[in-house]
Write a protein that binds this ligand. Sequence first.
Ligand code: AMP
Ligand code: ZN
Length: 114
Amino acid sequence: MADCLFCRIVAGDIPAALIHQDDDLVAFNDIQPQAPLHVLIVPRRHIATVNDLTAPDEVLVGRMLRTASAIAQAHGHAGRGYRTVFNCNADAGQTVFHLHLHLLAGRGLGWPPG
Ligand code: AMP
Ligand code: ZN
């Protein structure tokens, strides 16, 4: 989608600090990090929200989580722990309507979240 920020990052039209790329996914540092490690894992294909996932996307979502785990491990955070979050729509504070998985690590993360 031409007017989608993350589609433009995936296409290389807007720069981002890339952490990982493969045929289906791109991961890059969040521009406003909320933890020492804050990475967004996004599918190359435009999917607006978690509500828009369909059964064939189940493998893709699993790969998003496994990619988050691999990045956390590569940065030395697997043992102490990390958080993965999908925000969906207004009450969760979703601001970019291209599916993305937040990976947060490197500090104690409070619960419940705000
Ligand atoms: P959400 O609130 O779940 O929709 O998360 C959107 C995230 O995208 C926020 O954490 C923003 O800081 C992040 N973000 C917005 N613009 C950019 C950008 N150009 N590059 C990297 N991250 C961004
Ligand atoms: Zn998009």
